[in-house]
Design a protein around this ligand. Structure first.
Ligand code: ARG
Length: 616
């Protein structure tokens, strides 16, 4: 909008004066301090420096030729060569009226792109835990913002539904069933699967107690071993056999695997529905099985992968400095190979192999401009290797797509260590959501006694889930943060409840207006004049721009800050500028300003996956 116009005009003048300047670097951004202006550009300093020009002189030349008088006051040159722009009130109001009058608050991207967003991606047979809120919430916010900007988005949940863990799970399932337990019919089948997984894992790792417990369960059943007793090694053999039978793809193992997937998907779906998260695709790792042998063969044929100690691996091609090369690690002061394994010694395939096949599939199926992986920062080295290997494997295809790992840090407890329950277990996501709703309910009940039971439940749900999501989105995604119920549920500060409450306050004006028989007249233009009114109006102008900043580096926290500031500007405006008590046309103008602020706050929260209420 206004800002884009300024940027285009500035680029044109720079191109005239410095024809070889990189115009992509000529940006206009909101001014960090409104004392100096509304928008600012720092581009001229870098351009001048690179050409040994005097930056202030260049700035003076640019300003002489730059005619932005329609929208701005006189452009000021500050410091070593900043350009500061101050928006004219006429242009501000005019633009705001355009935004308020359009169907969409956000102008769609001029050139929409296609994005595949790989996020959440939990592993089957395990309970979703608190850590999953990160990938799920950040990924969902990113996909929502991209869609809001008019891009074409395919969300894909890359479920971990294949791997060696199934050997253990299959033996666990069989043991449970001969001892009379039907996992599929249990009240909490995931808990039972996890229980059996742990038992067998312990037994296979040599825990004698666990071996003994298993032998007791199996005594007198048709699963008993030939010498009536299982030992660590015979258990390991059994696990291996089950896995091989599953891989051969027939019979009972396949059916049990299907059941385990179904049980897990049911759990995931329950959580996703509580979180309001949907996926276009759920293509788990197993979907790519038929492709894996071919991927390895092709990489070997092209000389990108080779055999090493019975396995197949991709090594460094020596094209990068060792420090940046993810295929090398430093050991005792020496760089040694840290290859990407793509086939194990036993013939099984790796996480990497599946991810290579996945990129290939996604490119062939959707031709995306970009694939975004929202995965824990600890997997950084995996993605570096993946992207480089893919570029060596399919250079032409790789040149057409951007592959991007969007990482994030950990959630910590009060003790600074990863967040756990009091007894030291991982916190299940379902339990966490329950607790959030319970705590929110208490707070809501204190605040407002007049709500009905159904309303209380709804407010508690929206506030509780919103609080958890927002607390996860508001910090820079790559810094670890401390989980705090008190902080996230507070009605003051940068929290979901504060913003949700601010929204209800905006909405309450309209209820009051309706009671007084005052209607919002869309024909009355917004005409901001007072300082606090202008400050709010200027902030509202930057909603679309903020969304663009969010997707530049996939940082939803920019949107959180923007909305938090919006609520602040709104309250200052509301304190100093009477709305319903002022006369027409000011009342009409202010009502429309309130309405726009409410719409932006609601849509902004929605872009973060957070619901709003009319009343709470
Ligand atoms: N299932 C994996 C895990 O839990 C995450 C998968 C992320 N996506 C991918 N394409 N590798 O660690």
């Amino acid at each position: 909008m206004l800002h884009h116009e300024l940027e285009i005009q500035l680029k044109a003048v720079v191109a005239k004066i410095v024809p070889d300047a990189d115009l992509a670097s000529v940006l206009v951004r909101p001014c960090p301090d409104p004392k100096f202006g509304d928008y600012q550009s720092s581009a001229l300093m870098a351009i001048a420096k690179a050409r040994k020009m005097n930056p202030r002189q260049l700035a003076t030349q640019v300003v002489e030729q730059l005619d932005v008088s329609r929208s701005c006051e006189k452009v000021e040159i500050a410091g070593p060569g900043f350009l500061n722009f101050r928006i004219k009130h006429t242009a501000l109001n005019e633009t705001l009226n355009k935004i308020a009058g359009a169907d969409q608050l956000v102008e769609p991207a001029a050139k929409p792109k296609t994005y595949v967003i790989d996020f959440s991606s939990p592993n089957v047979a395990k309970p979703m835990h608190v850590g999953h809120i990160r990938s799920t919430g950040i990924g969902d916010a990113i996909q929502r913002v991209l869609r809001l900007l008019g891009h074409n988005v395919i969300t894909d949940n890359h479920i971990g539904d294949w791997g060696t863990q199934f050997g253990i799970l299959l033996v666990g399932w069989a043991t449970a069933s001969v001892s009379g337990e039907d996992i599929a019919e249990a009240t909490d089948p995931i808990e039972r699967l996890n229980f059996w997984y742990k038992e067998l894992h312990a037994a296979c790792s040599g825990d004698e107690g666990a071996v003994e417990r298993l032998n007791q369960k199996l005594e007198g059943t048709n699963l008993q071993s030939s010498d009536n007793r299982f030992h660590q090694t015979s258990l390991q053999d059994w696990v291996r056999q089950e896995l091989v039978r599953l891989q051969q793809g027939k019979g009972q193992q396949r059916q049990i695997w299907e059941s385990i997937r179904e049980i897990s998907q049911k759990q995931f779906d329950e959580i996703y529905s509580r979180l309001g998260v949907k996926f276009d695709q759920t293509l788990g790792e197993s979907f790519y099985n038929p492709q894996l042998a071919g991927v390895v063969e092709d990489l070997q044929k092209r000389g990108i992968a080779r055999e090493s100690e019975g396995a197949v691996a991709v090594f460094s091609d020596g094209s990068m400095p060792p420090k940046e090369d993810p295929f090398l690690v430093s050991r005792d002061g020496e760089w040694v190979p840290d290859p990407a394994l793509i086939r194990k010694r036993d013939g099984g395939f790796n996480y990497m192999t599946t991810d290579l096949a996945t990129i290939d599939y996604r490119l062939k199926t959707w031709s995306p401009d970009e694939i975004v992986y929202v995965v824990d920062d600890r997997q950084g080295p995996h993605f570096k290797k993946l992207f480089l290997t893919f570029a060596r494997w399919q250079p032409d295809a790789a040149a057409k797509v951007k592959l991007r790992h969007v990482g994030f840090g950990k959630i910590l407890g009060d003790d600074g260590k990863p967040f756990k329950t009091r007894s030291g277990d991982t916190v299940k996501l379902g339990d966490l959501l329950d607790e959030a709703e319970q705590r929110a309910r208490k707070i809501v009940e204190e605040k407002n006694q007049s709500l009905s039971e159904a309303e209380r439940r709804e407010v508690a749900r929206v506030v509780g889930i919103g609080a958890i999501k927002y607390a996860d989105l508001a910090p820079n995604r790559q810094t670890d943060y401390v989980f705090s119920w008190d902080k996230m549920l507070a009605f003051q500060g940068n929290t979901a409840p504060y913003l949700q409450y601010a929204y209800t306050r905006i909405r309450s004006i309209f209820r009051k207006a309706a009671e007084d028989g005052i209607a919002v007249d869309a024909a009355v233009p917004i005409a901001a004049t007072e300082p606090d009114e202008l400050a709010l109006a200027k902030h509202l102008l930057n909603f679309g721009l903020t969304l663009e900043y969010v997707v530049e580096d996939y940082r939803p926290n920019y949107l959180c800050s923007y909305l938090y500031e919006l609520a602040g500007f709104y309250s200052r405006f509301y304190e100093s500028c009477p709305v319903l008590k002022s006369d027409e046309p000011q009342r009409g103008s202010r009502l429309r300003l309130c309405e726009l602020a409410g719409r932006i706050l609601k849509q902004g929260l929605n872009a973060l996956g957070i619901e709003t209420l009319e009343q709470m």
